[in-house]
Design a protein around this ligand. Sequence first.
Ligand SMILES: NC(=O)c1ccc[n+]([C@@H]2O[C@H](COP(=O)([O-])OP(=O)(O)OC[C@H]3O[C@@H](n4cnc5c(N)ncnc54)[C@H](OP(=O)(O)O)[C@@H]3O)[C@@H](O)[C@H]2O)c1
Length: 349
Amino acid sequence: MISRWTVVVDRDDLTKTEVLHDELPTDLEDCEILLRVSHVGLTANNVTYGVIGDMIGYWRFFPFAPEGRGVIPVWGFADVVDSTLDAVPAGTRVYGYLPMASHFVVRAKLTSSGFVDTADHRADLPAVYNSYLVTSQDPAYDPALEDLQALYRPLFLTSYLLADQLADNKFYGASTVVISSASSKTAFGTAQCLQGKGVRLVGLTSPRNVEFTTGLGLYDTVLPYDASVDVEPSVYLDFSGSADVRSALHDRLGASLAKDISIGLTQQKASADPRSEFFFAPEQLRKRTADWGSEGLAERFGTAWRSFTAQAGSWVGIAQHSGPEELIEVWQAVLQGKVSPDTADVITF
Ligand SMILES: NC(=O)c1ccc[n+]([C@@H]2O[C@H](COP(=O)([O-])OP(=O)(O)OC[C@H]3O[C@@H](n4cnc5c(N)ncnc54)[C@H](OP(=O)(O)O)[C@@H]3O)[C@@H](O)[C@H]2O)c1
């Protein structure tokens, strides 16, 4: 038996956390692999998994919490501890979607880049969350960049696909892109992908984050949330989920607002509005995989990713933590919006 710890949260009150301990059987069934989580990133994106856990099915990825509670998914690296597959022996390092737990078991089906977890409880969940990349088979992997990868890769994939969708649609006829929660990593990653594309980038942020967001040098204009934007043909990319910001923009821009796209809800309130279209990255990923093939997409994304990581380290410092108790401290800080945008958290399990 292997002793495992798991951090669980109350699904109805994400501030309520507990570390649970159990024993994992070591006798694996056919195709099963036992993984030990190594280290992960934790940002507002993981909070969103909890806020809309029921809507998208995020609670179903790691269903080993008691009734009424759930395991928040995180992205990062894990090592194979035991395996029934010769192609994925003990010691193999993988990157992917992980539980807030020391260990977990997947039922692996091999792919060209690693494996997918084919466990029944994950079968109808978006494929992008079910694949694990074996680092030795990943051309984009660089051991020196593991922290940046754990933190940014899932976010930057969305940034990349979102910017791509806008360009693919000729910015819906707009000349300006207005971005809320402009200090968030996914937002400024999008701004970085939109550099040189011929659109003006306006970042909206909290007053306390104006200085950081301006300092990124990615936005043409950075404004606090209560300022008025210029009236010109615009697309709105909403990472905040703020109903007030949305209403103010619609009132001011009127017909000049060519498109309103919801990507995130850093303010932790799901405010569905028929005027806004939800951006779900896995859908654009499917479209581009069909258009370009997996390799064509990987090559294009790889180029964008290298350009991003070359700069990201100078924008945001990384704070290191370890163990379940520090994981919970970081979770509470991220949940309460206490983390400064110039710092990002990596936790070693
Ligand atoms: N649809 C998708 O596929 C997809 C993929 C990736 C990310 N996202 C979403 O994008 C959003 C940003 O994620 P991220 O991981 O990039 O965020 P992050 O870097 O951790 O964002 C931090 C920023 O979010 C705002 N914020 C954080 N906590 C807050 C709180 N408690 N109350 C109010 N504002 C708060 C603040 O920005 P401001 O002061 O600038 O508002 C803060 O500087 C998330 O909602 C995430 O789910 C969506």
